[in-house]
Write a protein that binds this ligand. Structure first.
Ligand SMILES: [Zn+2]
Length: 216
């Protein structure tokens, strides 16, 4: 391609981008008020409270990004079924919830500790509930985690799908940890929220304008 043709091609692309304000281009298809986590914004390094390593910042160029990204394999005494990619700020509240609420509820209802959680999703560049054209999910900021189940020391598995309306101990355990999460996260969704959440808890740190929480 000659220099002139190259210039014309670039100018044409720039004109298209400027013309639609970047809002209807393929690259910018999300509208979100998500919490961004600038470098150093989290008080506790995930590697101090779990098995975690800092990875390169994630920026997919379309709004999905994690400026302070970590791969987390466990927090406190709880290991993850899958390595979770998250922003630094999610690890501390998650650890707090696991250590202080989940373990307490597990001892009370089952007489044993939780040793691992089933991580159904962490960072994922996608729209809410996988709906085309919807707002970007907090998963796109590494601000959210989906938890499908809890494994106890004995090997017993408590899943959101079966336990939410299951036996008394599982019902109580899941209701209790769901409720406790409401104090720790900004958005908490479970099976009562909608059909998308019948098999997992969604926990996120969405930064709403009025600072409110949404728990369902
Ligand atoms: Zn989710």
């Amino acid at each position: 391609m000659s220099h002139l043709r190259k210039f014309i091609a670039i100018a044409a692309v720039a004109a298209v981008l400027a013309g639609c304000g970047g809002s209807s281009t393929k690259k910018t298809s999300f509208d979100t008020q998500g919490l961004r986590a600038p470098e150093g914004s989290c008080s506790v390094k995930p590697s101090r409270i779990g098995l975690a390593e800092k990875i390169r910042d994630i920026d997919e160029g379309n709004g999905c990004e994690i400026p302070n990204a970590w791969r987390v394999q466990s927090l406190g005494s709880v290991s993850f079924s899958n390595v979770a990619t998250m922003n630094c700020g999610l690890a501390d509240p998650l650890n707090d919830w696991l250590e202080n609420h989940v373990q307490r509820a597990a001892r009370k209802n089952f007489g044993e500790d939780v040793v691992s959680i089933d991580v159904a999703a962490s960072f994922a560049c996608r729209a809410r509930n996988h709906k085309n054209g919807a707002k970007m999910s907090e998963h796109g900021f590494g601000n959210a985690i989906d938890i499908a189940g809890f494994t106890l020391e004995s090997g017993r598995k408590v899943t959101v799908l079966d336990g939410w309306r299951g036996g008394r101990d599982e019902r109580r355990f899941l209701a209790s940890v769901h409720e406790a999460a409401c104090g720790q996260f900004r958005t908490v969704l479970g099976p009562d929220a909608d059909r998308h959440h019948r098999d997992h808890f969604h926990l996120d740190l969405q930064n709403r304008r009025n600072g409110s929480s949404y728990c369902r």
